[in-house]
Design a protein. Structure first.
Length: 315
């Protein structure tokens, strides 16, 4: 590779630094059946709490998670864990008990909006971002934190202490290192791959594409039936002279529950997949189909789900 260097410590911090998926404390994507209550709560806060300034009453959270089949005691326990992690802060509005997003959580969710809903895929001739780090043996905890941050951001491993990602992650990566106090241990370079291998094979070496493809396949298996269900319902309604989801009918709790589950599963995947060039991926790449499925489900469910959530939190 050839590179023009930009030290990460000197980079400006203009974007929020962390993954929406990481807010729940889950390191890797899982199928919807395995989504933990705290992950669902993070999704609910990300989607709906910010409408009201980042605060939700405990009663509202309990009611909305009830639509997802989570009982009150489990919800309160999950909220407590999120509070301990510094993501939620106890706060009252009048006599009503609730929790608001911490500044850290607000930054996580704001950055997540761009990466989750506007997932960018690099072109084959775009530059790469190289992260090179060296951490003293006496600070092994920082080495672990640095590696964890790079993994969470979607970097692949070239060699020990050398990680790579598409260059469009430059600002996000620099902000993350600054935010976590790790910028003194790393340098970032924008570069191009020059020699001596096939870039397509190199990408397979640097990232575990088989594992990533399996995660996309899990997403497809979990949520294709959801799309089929809503499509069938729309056909039935139209055949009967009515309207369907996306045509103005709000299907309330069911649309809300399905949308929160699909987003909870999806929001981790754009971090596991940093937006590698399509031409460097397998021809039958499941990620493209998964992205199409998410877009279709979002188009069908986002509005009725929001309507239900706003009504449930209005009191």
């Amino acid at each position: 590779m050839t590179a023009s260097a930009t030290a990460s410590g000197a980079a400006s911090a203009s974007a929020s630094p962390a993954a929406s998926g990481s807010a729940s404390g889950s390191a890797s994507p899982t199928a919807s059946g395995a989504a933990q209550p705290r992950q669902l709560i993070v999704t609910v806060y990300g989607l709906y709490a910010r409408i009201g300034g980042g605060w939700m009453s405990v009663a509202s959270v309990v009611a909305l998670l009830g639509d997802l089949g989570v009982d009150q005691q489990t919800v309160r326990s999950a909220i407590s864990r999120l509070k301990q992690r510094g993501l939620l802060v106890a706060s009252k509005r009048g006599r009503t008990a609730g929790y608001e997003l911490s500044a850290e959580a607000g930054a996580i969710l704001a950055e997540g909006d761009h990466r989750i809903f506007e997932h960018r895929r690099a072109a084959v001739d775009d530059p790469w971002l190289l992260a090179v780090f060296s951490v003293p043996e006496t600070e092994r905890d920082k080495r672990h934190r640095l590696r964890s941050q790079l993994v969470r951001l979607g970097f692949g491993t070239v060699a020990a202490g050398v990680w790579v990602a598409p260059a469009h992650l430059r600002t996000v990566a620099a902000d993350a290192l600054v935010r976590h106090g790790l910028d003194g241990y790393a340098d970032l370079f924008e570069c191009e791959y020059v020699a001596f291998g096939d870039p397509k094979e190199k990408v397979r070496e640097w990232w575990d594409l088989d594992q990533l493809s399996a995660l996309y396949e899990e997403f497809l298996a979990a949520h294709r039936p959801v799309l089929a269900k809503w499509a069938h319902r729309r056909r039935e309604r139209r055949a009967g002279g009515g309207v369907g989801v996306g045509d103005g009918v709000e299907d309330g709790p069911e649309a809300f529950a399905d949308y929160v589950r699909v987003l909870t599963d999806w929001r981790r995947l754009p971090y596991a997949d940093p937006g590698l060039p399509a031409s460097l991926l397998p021809e039958d790449w499941a990620g493209a189909l998964a992205a199409e499925l998410f877009a279709e489900l979002r188009a069908r469910l986002e509005e009725p789900a929001r309507g239900h959530a706003v009504a449930a939190t209005a009191g």
